[in-house]
Design a protein around this ligand. Structure first.
Ligand SMILES: Cc1ncc(COP(=O)(O)O)c(C=O)c1O
Length: 428
């Protein structure tokens, strides 16, 4: 790995200087195939600032111990930091109670927790589960299983030509038969930001429960679960500058009280006999076994980092970058179709695109040789990709450290790729 100068800042994150932000992320100074890394695969996973990496090594070097068990100093220190992390994450999403945060491996596990507990207890034959057509597999496949097990029906909203939700018939989709509305907040495949607050109000008006998949919104914009009003929110640490293997389920405490545990074992029990067991208080009831202590503490360091920059600033930066990218993509509109809404107020920093003449995998491979990391494929939204009538898409996705200069590098490399693949010209 060799280092190179950070890209010249063309767009600054409002507040702190973007070059300073880039310098916080050690990986951004490496080269790939001799070219400066242009990392535009943030919807898959984000890079980590030095403070997060340091928090992990400080834990292992300084106070590694199991939590909630020991009377010794290290265990108490680890427990304090682990529970402090829960408080920080709760505050970050506007949750009033720290017990509302259940640690999971990520958004997928958080959604499955609800599917295997709340849904098993509450979904009955004939009930309806309402989803959007843009759900990640992790917010679709668990509900298919619930529907099959319980004899419930899954219903989908329609989609407009700009790939936003078609809510013209919302009262026909969300009805008194609706038991659960499970909606992605920010689509990882389109960029579309869905009106989760309005849909939560609609769902609550018919007595339905609401789960929001915040995997692509919590990392990128201010989130206030009290304002949204949702009952559950799922998200992943690795997409928000935190470590892999840690995420959270936010749930309203009243729901958690009534829900059965997801997994059973140590730490989640109050009393155990050879015949039976009773459960510990929330959140311990949902956290069987030794938890992911280091990564929860690492996620808290990420929350500190993002909060210091300011989520409003991050959102504004990504809106500007996305607007700039959409404008630059207009230059290749004859060869490349961009999906998702044009209005960046209802769009995250995700730019999915497709050229009918080049398979996205070829584009991705070409860009990789230029040091540019994007994602190609179905992005874990196979039914959506089929609906878009393309075999796959290529996707550039931004985060707080990306610059307009990187967008320029992407678009210029794409122009070269199109000349090469579409027009048969093998030169710059
Ligand atoms: C919208 C959305 N939901 C859920 C997930 C699942 O997240 P994880 O794989 O971290 O559990 C992802 C990951 O890409 C996502 O983009």
């Amino acid at each position: 790995m060799s280092s190179t100068k950070p890209h010249k800042a063309v767009a600054a994150v409002h507040g702190p200087d973007i070059n300073k932000i880039r310098a916080d992320f050690p990986i951004l100074s490496r080269k790939v195939y001799g070219k400066p890394l242009v990392y535009l695969d943030n919807a898959a996973t984000s890079q980590k600032p030095a403070s997060v990496i340091k928090a992990l090594s400080e834990y292992y070097e300084g106070y590694n111990a199991n939590v909630h068990r020991g009377v010794h100093a290290l265990s108490m220190e680890a427990t304090d930091r682990y529970e402090e992390a829960r408080r920080k994450v709760a505050k970050f999403i506007g949750a009033r109670h720290e017990e509302s945060i259940i640690w999971t491996r990520g958004a997928t596990e958080a959604i499955n927790l609800v599917a295997y507990t709340w849904a098993q207890q509450n979904i009955k034959p004939g009930d309806e589960i309402v989803l959007t057509p843009m759900e990640h597999h992790s917010n679709l496949v668990p509900w298919q299983k619930v529907a099959a097990d319980k004899g419930a029906k899954i219903k989908f909203f329609g989609m407009t030509g700009e790939q936003t939700l078609d809510l013209s018939n919302v009262d026909e989709v969300i009805t008194p038969r609706t038991k659960l509305v499970a909606i992605v907040h920010g689509s990882n495949s389109l960029g579309t930001i869905n009106p989760v607050k309005e849909l939560t109000a609609k769902a609550h008006a018919v007595g339905a429960t609401v789960l929001v998949d915040g995997a692509q919104s919590v990392p990128h914009m201010p989130i206030d679960v009290e304002d949204i009003g949702c009952d559950f929110l799922a998200f992943s640490g690795h997409k928000m500058a935190g470590p892999t293997g840690i995420g959270a389920l936010y749930a309203r405490p009243e729901l958690l009280q009534k829900m059965e545990p997801f997994m059973r074992g140590g730490d989640m029990v109050l009393e155990v006999s050879y015949e039976s067991a009773s459960w510990n208080a929330v959140p311990a009831k949902f956290e069987a076994g030794t938890p992911n202590i280091a990564d929860a503490i690492g996620l808290a360091a990420a929350v500190d980092y993002l909060s210091a920059i300011g989520m409003e600033n991050i959102r504004r930066h990504e809106m500007e970058l996305t607007a700039y990218a959409l404008k630059r993509f207009d230059e290749i509109a004859d060869d490349v179709k961009v999906f998702g809404p044009r209005d960046v107020r209802i769009r995250g920093g995700v730019v999915p695109f497709h050229s009918p003449d080049v398979h996205p995998h070829d584009l991705g491979t070409f860009l990789d040789r230029e040091g540019i990391a994007i994602r190609t494929g179905h992005h874990c939204t196979m039914p959506l990709i089929r609906k878009l009538e393309v075999p796959a898409t290529a996707r550039a996705s931004f985060y707080l450290y990306n610059t307009q200069e990187e967008v320029d590098i992407l678009v210029e490399a794409l122009k070269r790729a199109l000349r090469y693949f579409v027009h048969g010209v093998n030169r710059a």
